[in-house]
Design a binder for this molecule. Structure first.
Ligand code: EPZ
Length: 471
């Protein structure tokens, strides 16, 4: 079955319904990792041949990246989670705003396009409105490799006569900037030494993918990478590991609903901080050969967490833990240190009865035994998934609008939670699905580097952003 990315103009009015709270009991198969497969797909441009990726999640962001690669002349075929990319016929074309603006990952094409074509034209990336999300670290690093960059409004033009290896230090371990540098360095002439690199598992996966295609990278998994560029890459087949954030989302859902789940093929080795926090909240969590088993009898105990770069607690799981804290026994403290606008889910959780007080980077949550039913709006990917988890702890029916955000990163959250016994279903988009187009349109806009205003969920803390755009 060939998947196609839905047209950007469509505002997804589908509604996620959860009938009422119910303890979970079942096995959930964990999809391939969104944040690993997207840079790997971009990196496939560096090779004038075939790349075969298995365990690829059938999610909107993958379909969008396929569409961009096809626009650039690649052929892409996704069948039963196996993606075959033939990049032999690729050529430089400006990436249209409508494609680049749909997701953050479009910025990951800068490095590979410069490495392959010596030129790149795209627009400021989209993605979740969780902060300003500037790209100065990306641009500053590429300039050190000889790249000339021009930005005019939303548009970014970059060109280089000879991409050259360089010594680069990142003042902040930006995941995307690290990925762009690695991909450019793989094509550059000479050696690149990158210090201050991000250490998220997705970086290690990208390095392993490039090495499987013939790249020479050392220091994988550390914050100091050395890339000897200029090697000719070859065809490769690569398996995408399980999605640690999807697995962590369902661990958070278990804390909300109670019960037990087996998260099959969950990458437990990349979930240490998430597992530690779930245990601190009273869950029994066991790493098994076939995945991660977790159970909890009653409500979770109150907990505290601080998000930060890996191996710290992942910011992508902050929203679902806000939901779990809403039904914990006691007062929980959650500090968000990565994105200045990532407490959006709080105001929606409050509509379900959650007691959450936000003060700058800190959320103080006083748990209650259960939440109440209601209608809420997803405004970003992980916030939307957190609302689904919260619905599992509500005494009455919950309706979640903005499903379009959720399907960007979760292949089928209904199927997954139904497999664990939840009473959840999707009402495909209908005019009278009970979500307003205007409201949905507001919620569905990409971030495009926009300010926190998109989410209007809190003050923008300049000190979150480590580089502006004008580098
Ligand atoms: C990646 O985003 C992930 N996205 C995000 O997941 C994840 O939350 C984030 O890393 C942090 O782990 C993908 O991999 C597609 P960053 P990225 O550059 O690369 C600031 C999800 O839900 N910054 O590490 O954009 C930035 O504003 C998504 O799956 C600059 O100031 O993250 C933020 O405050 C959401 N200047 C912080 O660094 C720059 O040039 C972290 O950003 C770049 C970033």
């Amino acid at each position: 079955m060939k998947y196609r990315y839905s047209d950007q103009e469509e505002i997804d009015l589908s509604v996620l319904h959860i009938r009422k709270r119910r303890r979970l009991d079942g096995t959930i198969g964990i999809q391939g990792s969104k944040n690993a497969v997207l840079p790997v797909m971009a990196a496939s441009l560096l090779h004038r041949g075939i790349t075969v990726l298995s365990h690829v999640p059938a999610i909107e962001d993958v379909f969008c990246m396929m569409e961009i690669l096809e626009w650039l002349g690649c052929s892409c075929r996704l069948e039963e989670h196996c993606l075959t990319i033939d990049a032999s016929g690729a050529s430089m074309l400006p990436v249209p705003d409508t494609m680049a603006g749909r997701m953050r990952s479009s910025i990951m094409l800068l490095g590979p396009m410069l490495g392959r074509f010596g030129e790149a034209k795209t627009s400021r990336p989209g993605g979740c409105p969780i902060g300003k999300r500037p790209i100065g670290l990306h641009l500053a690093a590429l300039k050190k490799m000889g790249v000339r960059v021009r930005t005019e409004g939303e548009h970014i033009s970059a060109s280089v006569l000879k991409l050259t290896g360089a010594r680069i230090h990142l003042d902040y371990p930006s995941v995307g900037a690290t990925e762009n540098i690695i991909m450019a360095a793989a094509a550059a002439e000479g050696v690149t030494v990158l210090t201050g690199a991000a250490r998220e598992p997705e970086i290690e996966i990208l390095c392993r993918f490039l090495a499987s295609a013939g790249a020479d990278i050392s220091g994988t998994g550390s914050d100091r990478l050395m890339i000897r560029g200029g090697r000719t890459l070859h065809d490769t087949a690569f398996a995408i590991p399980g999605d640690r954030i999807v697995a962590g989302t369902y661990l958070g859902a278990l804390l909300c609903a109670g019960g037990q789940v087996l998260l099959r093929e969950a990458p437990a080795e990349h979930m240490a901080e998430c597992i530690r926090t779930a245990r601190a909240a009273g869950a029994f969590v066991e790493v098994r050969p076939d995945g991660l088993f977790a159970s909890i009898k009653g409500r979770p105990e109150a907990f505290s967490l601080v998000t930060g770069p890996y191996p710290g607690f992942p910011t992508d799981l902050q929203s679902v833990m806000l939901a779990a804290a809403s039904v914990a026994d006691g007062e929980s403290l959650i500090q968000e240190n990565v994105f200045e606008n990532r407490f959006c889910a709080a105001k929606e959780l409050q509509k379900l009865g959650a007691h959450i007080i936000i003060n700058g980077r800190m959320a103080r949550v006083t748990g209650r035994s259960s939440l109440c039913g209601g209608r809420v709006q997803a405004e970003d990917l992980r916030g939307g998934a957190a609302l689904a988890a919260a619905g599992l702890a509500a005494d009455g029916p919950v309706r979640i609008c903005g499903y379009g955000h959720i399907r960007r990163g979760y292949e089928d959250i209904c199927r997954d939670l139904q497999d664990a016994g939840a009473e959840i279903w999707l009402e495909e988009q209908t005019e009278d699905a009970g979500c307003d187009r205007e409201e949905e349109a507001d919620g569905a806009s990409g971030s495009r580097g926009s300010s926190a205003a998109a989410g209007n969920c809190g003050p923008v803390h300049e000190d979150y952003n480590h580089y502006g755009d004008g580098q």
